[in-house]
Design a protein around this ligand. Structure first.
Ligand code: ACK
Length: 220
């Protein structure tokens, strides 16, 4: 018919399989436990609103808002109210990918005073589902690579919305684009820990984590 009554979802994204979500959750907990116990971290917690301490910092508690389902948002459509929603929903890639399985590559875990998340490296197939303006929308004055906002939110501090995780990731990307890799803090678990300014910590994984996901809309 002429009326398009199909409602748009709250957002589109890749949803982790139960097994992959468990795996990533464990990696996150191990990272937070180790980071919170690291002297270098305990000395640099001003931006987290804390005082330098000799005691272990409970980061899992600090990031008290935990997502129910682990996912990587591609497009926040807000039931069609967000700009560009209709166009996105009409993309050939979006229509044909609904319910399809993908594999996502996680290259790093990060912590900021606001959020903790996983950095996702998108391949060619995945980039077809990535909105052209995702990075520009977040940082209009920057020219950041397509897909550089891709992330999985793993936790937010009290009073912080999960949308912040992608914005925080772009803060790291901005540093890296400017040729700053951060201060080398040595090896931690299965990766190299780097400290950037203002409470930004990134663990670059030496062994990337592959997660199984399904692309679909989330209606809430
Ligand atoms: O953790 P996230 O990527 O951040 O997943 C959730 C999901 O959509 C449902 O809320 C993300 N989100 C919320 N608002 C926006 C927005 N304006 N732009 C991009 N992503 C958003 C949020």
């Amino acid at each position: 018919g002429t009326l398009d009554l199909e409602p748009l979802p709250l957002y589109y994204g890749w949803f982790l399989s139960r097994k992959s979500a468990d795996l990533l959750w464990k990696a996150k907990l191990a990272f937070l436990e180790r980071l919170g116990n690291l002297k270098a971290f305990r000395k640099r917690v001003k931006d987290f609103g804390m005082e330098e301490t000799k005691r272990k910092i409970n980061l899992p508690d600090y990031f008290s808002h935990r997502p129910n389902i682990l996912h990587c948002t591609t497009k926040f459509t807000n039931y069609g109210k967000a700009p560009g929603s209709e166009q996105y929903a009409k993309l050939e890639a979006v229509k044909t990918s609904n319910g399809k399985a993908f594999s996502l590559t996680i290259t790093a875990l990060f912590v900021t005073p606001r959020t903790t998340g996983a950095r996702v490296q998108l391949g060619e197939q995945e980039l077809l589902l990535w909105p052209a303006d995702a990075e520009k929308e977040a940082m209009p004055s920057e020219n950041l690579p397509k897909g550089s906002r891709a992330h999985i939110t793993l936790g937010c501090a009290e009073g912080v919305e999960s949308k912040q995780t992608g914005l925080d990731l772009l803060e790291f990307v901005k540093f890296q684009q400017a040729g700053t890799e951060g201060e080398d803090m040595g090896e931690l678990l299965d990766g190299m820990l780097h400290y950037f300014d203002k409470g930004l910590w990134m663990l670059s994984l030496s062994k990337k984590i592959e997660v199984k996901v399904i692309f679909s809309g989330f209606y809430g």
